[in-house]
Design a protein around this ligand. Structure first.
Ligand code: C2E
Ligand code: MG
Ligand code: MG
Ligand code: MG
Length: 282
């Protein structure tokens, strides 16, 4: 009987896997259509000065997919699917185009945004890379290097080190700042901090979550902040949800705060209203 139920479990597992693969394939096809049907848009999550949390100092562009049948699909679900196919390159070029277009549109109505960062995938460093398309979009919409910042994770630095090195130095030579995202969650290697021209280190939400109740998370954040400071990197804490976490980060010298406590990701129109308010107030 034990054997029997073991076999059933195996079958169930196989069915689950099969269903999953089928769903992935369907999503991949839907994502391909999404690119041509304008179902993708960016939201903007504000970042604030930790010493003066009323002061907007940056934002992160986050991709959203509105599917007519399935509703909003999370990037945590569709980015990995795009990464497994050739779609990620196209997706990242779309992100870059949408962001540059938006920055151009804001400038056209006299609004100036602090630098906005966007995410790239490790896979973006294969082939032509992200730089060429980015430079084209920037030229088309008259966007300058100081208006943008690129976030990537540590796995990008490990997977294709030669080409990544080349691309990163190309971006940096143009004056585009680079941030290391989700710091400490991947295959971290401290040599990356030394080898690449980074400007910013983002402390992952999973560590921020533990501030004020988990000593180990606190130790990781403290060490990350100290290391960033030693390397002259700006620090951003992501996923800050409570006043206590904010106070802890202020006390320990973190530079910037991103999280639901201060602002959720905003639709472009709401972020635009925020920019307008700030400009009217000064
Ligand atoms: P990430 O780059 O680490 O982005 C931060 C994520 O944390 C965002 O989730 C944001 O909405 C969420 N977040 C920020 N503050 C809080 C908070 O206080 N509480 C909670 N619960 N969440 C918070 P989102 O937008 O769902 O994106 C998830 C991930 O998907 C991103 O993580 C990034 O890795 C990836 N992603 C998003 N947009 C893009 C994109 O345009 N290109 C690529 N390649 N990846 C993207
Ligand atoms: Mg990010
Ligand atoms: Mg992050
Ligand atoms: Mg994260």
């Amino acid at each position: 009987r034990a054997k029997e139920s073991g076999r059933n479990r195996l079958r169930l597992y196989e069915l689950g896997l099969y269903e999953r693969l089928r769903e992935d394939r369907a999503l991949e096809e839907a994502l391909r259509r999404a690119l041509t049907h304008q179902e993708l848009r960016l939201m903007y999550q504000p970042q604030f000065d930790a010493r003066d949390p009323d002061r907007l100092v940056g934002a992160e562009a986050l991709l959203r997919w509105e599917n007519p049948e399935k509703g909003t699909i999370s990037p945590a679900r569709f980015i990995p699917i795009a990464e497994k196919s050739d779609l990620i390159t196209e997706l990242s070029q779309r992100v870059v185009a949408l962001l540059c277009e938006q920055l151009g549109a804001w400038r056209a109505v006299g609004l100036f945004s602090p630098p906005i960062s966007f995410n790239v995938s490790p896979k973006d460093f294969r082939g032509e890379g992200v730089a060429s398309g980015l430079f084209r979009s920037m030229a088309r919409h008259d966007v300058t290097a100081d208006q943008l910042q690129i976030e990537f994770t540590e796995s990008a630095l490990i997977e294709h080190s030669d080409i990544v090195n080349q691309e990163i130095h190309r971006l940096n030579a143009e004056g585009i700042e680079l941030a290391i995202d989700d710091f400490g969650t991947g295959h971290s290697s401290l040599v990356n901090l030394k080898r690449f021209p980074l400007a910013e280190l983002k402390i992952d939400k999973s560590f921020v979550d533990g501030l004020c109740d988990n000593e180990r998370d606190e130790a990781i954040v403290r060490a990350s902040l100290a290391m960033a400071q030693a390397f002259g990197l700006r620090t951003v804490a992501e996923g800050v949800e409570s006043q206590q976490q904010l106070a802890w980060l202020q006390e320990h010298g973190c530079d910037r705060i991103q999280g639901f406590l201060l602002a959720r990701p905003l639709e472009a129109s709401s972020f635009q209203a925020m920019l307008r308010d700030i400009q009217n107030a000064t």
